[in-house]
Design a protein around this ligand. Structure first.
Ligand SMILES: O=C(O)C(=O)Cc1ccccc1
Length: 290
């Protein structure tokens, strides 16, 4: 099995990919994990160069990771969400061995990780420069090159680089966790505890469009888990709406709602795309081993 995910080595996404491979009883060698960007991971699935992509989509403190949803919309013709991993997250603030926290000037991390620690960082290090990079492990690599920089990353990654820990559990709220989507060329199987992700573009604007979609779901007794809007990047102040709800796309009640939504959006030259159906999973530290 080959899996593409966010790199370089040492990201939380890599941990999620390994957890998913274990769940599938697949053995992974180092070369079976391709460490790259979120967009490129999905492209590798589309081109059949890997079986799965694992991408971060939602953090308990910082919320939905918009750029990952944009990538799912971009690749939706071929790539579907088929599973998820809910990973407990605990960040450290780490720096090159020998650095002095009193001289700290810059903190690098993934933008979501920075947001998860914003209050603490402002309290402990007022005026510090917060610099976003593509991942927490890239942040660690950057911090190692500077005497006055630190990274927000996992404890494991900091230890692997022999860094010193200025602070552990640096996130603003306890019991932090991030949800990752697993993506492949097909949706997940029906498990009776599934969710579906739907993207809707309404086309011509009409009052009550969001209400009508929500009503089709409500009429079919479908429970919404979130609605998110993303910019429709080719026209200013226009949006793609993303709905996540309980139920597999192949269940009869979801099918009825989706057919109604299809008629609704077609009437105004809009579109609807199913981004995938996938089992709802427990947080990994609550999973019981057989
Ligand atoms: O940068 C990482 O390590 C990622 O996997 C993305 C991310 C960043 C912050 C919290 C969870 C996941």
């Amino acid at each position: 099995m080959k899996i593409a995910t966010l790199g370089p080595k040492g990201t939380y996404a890599e941990q999620a990919a390994i957890i998913f491979a274990n769940r599938m009883n697949a053995s992974l060698d180092n070369e079976d994990i391709i460490l790259t960007t979120v967009n490129h991971s999905l492209r590798l699935v589309q081109n059949r160069e890997v079986d799965y992509a694992v991408i971060p989509v939602e953090n308990k403190i910082d919320g939905l990771i918009g750029s990952s949803f944009d990538a799912l919309i971009e690749y939706q013709d071929f790539v579907k969400v088929c599973d998820e991993v809910n990973l407990p997250i605990s960040h450290v603030l780490a720096a090159k061995a020998g650095s002095d926290w009193k001289k700290l000037h810059t903190v690098y991390s993934h933008p979501s990780a920075i947001n998860q620690c914003l209050n603490r960082l402002e309290e402990y290090f007022p005026g510090i420069a917060l610099v976003p990079v593509l991942s927490t492990s890239e942040a660690a690599q950057k911090a190692l090159l500077e005497e006055t920089a630190a990274a927000i990353c996992s404890r494991k990654t900091a230890i692997a680089h022999q860094m010193i820990l200025f602070s552990e559990e640096i996130q603003d709220y306890a019991n932090n966790e991030t949800r990752f989507f697993v993506c492949s060329l097909t949706d997940g199987p029906v498990t009776q505890d599934d969710r579906t992700l739907l993207a809707v573009r309404y086309g011509m604007n009409q009052p009550g469009q969001l209400y009508d979609t929500a009503k089709f779901l409500a009429d079919a007794q479908i429970d919404l888990t979130f609605i998110q809007s993303r910019p429709y990047k080719i026209r200013p102040q226009e949006y793609v709406l993303i709905y996540e709800f309980i139920g597999h796309k192949s269940s009869p009640s979801v099918d009825v709602a989706l057919k109604n939504i299809e008629m609704q959006v077609r009437a105004f030259n809009g579109w609807k795309k199913i981004l995938g159906s996938y089992p709802k999973r427990k947080r990994e530290d609550e999973v019981e081993f057989a």
